[in-house]
Write a protein that binds this ligand. Structure first.
Ligand code: PDD
Length: 285
């Protein structure tokens, strides 16, 4: 059984509890981070903490990100649960008021902090080997997708709808252009080997893996264009792929039943995955 962290205590998962008045539960009033673990070490931990700090600031949650303290909790959970490869989930909520109220609670209400680990094989991955099929859906999320909130119902809905269509994931389309995947950033590669991915704005999550992958692309002397693209353009691309902390890089081999290139994982996505893993493993803490 897993040991999890809830509001200052390490407890067995079946003894963990939070108040039913916690605003994460009632209003999705919480933000989160997912940090990957390779060889028992955290990948890009400080990148995740910087984004956490920004999410918290954007929502005015009364929580101070103490990176050293949070690093210690991450490490303790990795150790207690013997995680060599997997993920650490961290969630900060605005806390539990004494009742359900749309107004934020008084400033003396303690914010909530929950962390848990998930064991997962990240380097060896069937999805990386075979590539993903994606289906497109209208992007009907709220328009602050740059804040990593736990308000994930629409993303979860479309991922399930994609599965019903025989696809592995959903790509979201806003005003005719792809924003991102249900829980990842989306990319295509054109005939000149230029990598195209939507520019940063409130319409997408500013992926920690995205930033690292664009650096890897620069190291490979690949051009990058940060701009929006359509599903039709993606279907004609040489390659397509996604990135996230839980996948690193997965090739995309089919979009709305149209094969991308040969319909098999492309060399650029494969190479980016390899150098991302190599560089980030070396820098893991
Ligand atoms: N999701 N876009 C969305 C909507 C996401 O939910 C995520 C991450 C990303 C990629 O961000 P990063 O590279 O920092 O992981 C992009 C996490 C993994 C999740 O919800 O499980």
């Amino acid at each position: 059984m897993r040991t999890v962290y809830v509001n200052g205590k390490y407890v067995p998962e079946n003894e963990a509890s939070v108040s039913i008045f916690d605003r994460a539960f009632l209003f999705a009033d919480a933000v989160y981070e997912v940090t990957s673990v390779l060889e028992g070490k955290l990948i890009d931990f400080h990148g995740h903490m910087t984004r956490l700090e920004r999410s918290i600031r954007e929502l005015g949650i009364n929580f101070t990100v103490d990176s050293d303290a949070l690093l210690a909790i991450h490490r303790e959970l990795i150790s207690k649960n013997n995680i060599t490869e997997g993920l650490v989930y961290l969630q900060v909520s605005r806390g539990a008021a004494s009742d359900r109220d749309f107004m934020f609670p008084a400033s003396d209400v303690e914010p909530g902090l929950v962390l848990f680990t998930q064991a997962k094989s990240l380097i060896k991955s069937a999805a990386a080997d075979r590539g993903l099929k994606v289906a497109s859906f209208p992007d009907q999320r709220w328009r602050r997708c740059d804040i990593k909130t736990v308000q994930l119902l629409y993303s979860s809905l479309v991922k399930n709808e994609a599965a019903k269509k025989g696809a592995d994931d959903a790509w979201l389309v806003l005003d005719g252009k792809v924003t991102e995947g249900s829980s990842n950033n989306a990319y295509i590669v054109d005939e000149n080997n230029t990598i195209i991915t939507r520019e940063l704005s409130n319409d997408i999550l500013h992926g920690i893996t995205r930033k690292a992958i664009l650096q890897c692309a620069a190291e490979l002397d690949l051009k990058v264009e940060e701009r929006a693209f359509t599903i039709a353009e993606a279907q004609k691309a040489k390659e397509a792929f996604i990135t996230s902390a839980s996948s690193f890089v997965y090739p995309v081999v089919e979009i709305d039943d149209v094969k991308i290139g040969e319909g098999t994982p492309g060399p650029i996505a494969k190479r980016l995955r390899e150098i991302y893993i190599e560089a980030n493993l070396a820098a893991a803490i």
